[in-house]
Design a protein around this ligand. Structure first.
Ligand code: GLP
Length: 262
């Protein structure tokens, strides 16, 4: 596992945007780059930078195919707090990605389980995910894979914990009851099947989750810990999130990264 410690949130986002752009550019011409994407506040700075780089001609999304991590069950794509709306307003409508290359789970699907199975198949049909960018919940959830979700799970319907509904209430007028209780989400196994996974962990409130990801045992209590088994996982974090790491862990990763630019 690589742990890239940056000074603050902005530096973490700048590093990650450069890293993703480099991966997209490295794909052989004519081949699609398949990119997994998260919502939440953590990736916003990355999206902002990728938009700037796209406008400056430094990276193109014409041959990029995206798969989003999750969507609330019962929210239509027009709903202000749907992850469809989030992704289009915060990212897709500002870059040169063809609309048909964007894949997001349908929160209004008649048969949610069938929707999830079709999504897994669509990822396979696209050749698998080259790079899955993720965020993390305070309880270590990746996508909506709450504690106790199998580390081998595939795309499916998830029940959100009260903690997550409380954390996400800030987008629903502060009322956790307004946050949908269930969501469609890629599985931990789906994320770990990506050829590369990059997870953003920023801020003091994510310090326990970062320690569990890097130093804890592999456990379904912290679904983020499954990344320890991934051959190509990168944790991009900031100083504030490092508060619960052992000093030696922190120093070791700074040492490893000393001479790396990206
Ligand atoms: C939601 C999303 C996750 C995201 C998490 C953290 O629960 N389903 O994919 O990682 O929020 O969000 P934030 O980055 O706002 O802390």
């Amino acid at each position: 596992m690589r742990v890239v410690i940056q000074k603050g949130y902005e530096e973490m986002c700048a590093w990650t945007a450069q890293y993703i752009a480099q991966a997209i550019r490295a794909k052989e011409p004519g081949a699609s780059f398949v990119l997994g994407l998260p919502t939440g506040s953590s990736p916003l700075g990355v999206y902002r930078r990728l938009i700037e780089m796209n406008k400056a001609g430094e990276v193109s999304f014409r041959d990029v195919v995206t798969f989003n991590m999750d969507e609330y069950l019962g929210l239509s794509s027009e709903h202000e707090q749907s992850y469809h709306r989030f992704m289009w307003t915060r990212f897709f409508e500002h870059i040169d990605i063809p609309g048909e290359n964007v894949n997001i789970l349908d929160g209004m699907a008649q048969d949610p389980e069938a929707e999830c199975a079709a999504y897994e198949q669509a990822i396979l049909d696209a050749g698998g995910i080259d790079l899955f960018l993720g965020g993390i919940g305070v309880d270590g959830h990746v996508a909506f894979n709450e504690p106790f979700t199998s580390l081998g799970s595939r795309t499916g319907v998830r029940t959100l914990t009260s903690d997550t509904r409380i954390a996400n209430a800030r987008f629903f007028g502060g009322d956790p009851e307004q946050v949908p209780g269930r969501a469609l989400s890629v599985g931990v196994g789906t994320v770990c099947d990506a050829r590369e996974v990059v997870v953003l962990i920023s801020g003091y409130n994510k310090a326990r989750a970062l320690a569990a990801t890097v130093e804890g045992g592999v456990s379904q209590m912290w679904t983020c810990s499954a990344l320890q088994l991934h051959p190509n996982a990168v944790i991009a974090c900031d100083e504030a999130a490092c508060g619960e790491l052992k000093v030696d862990t922190y120093r070791y990763f700074l040492d490893v990264e000393k001479d790396q630019r990206l």
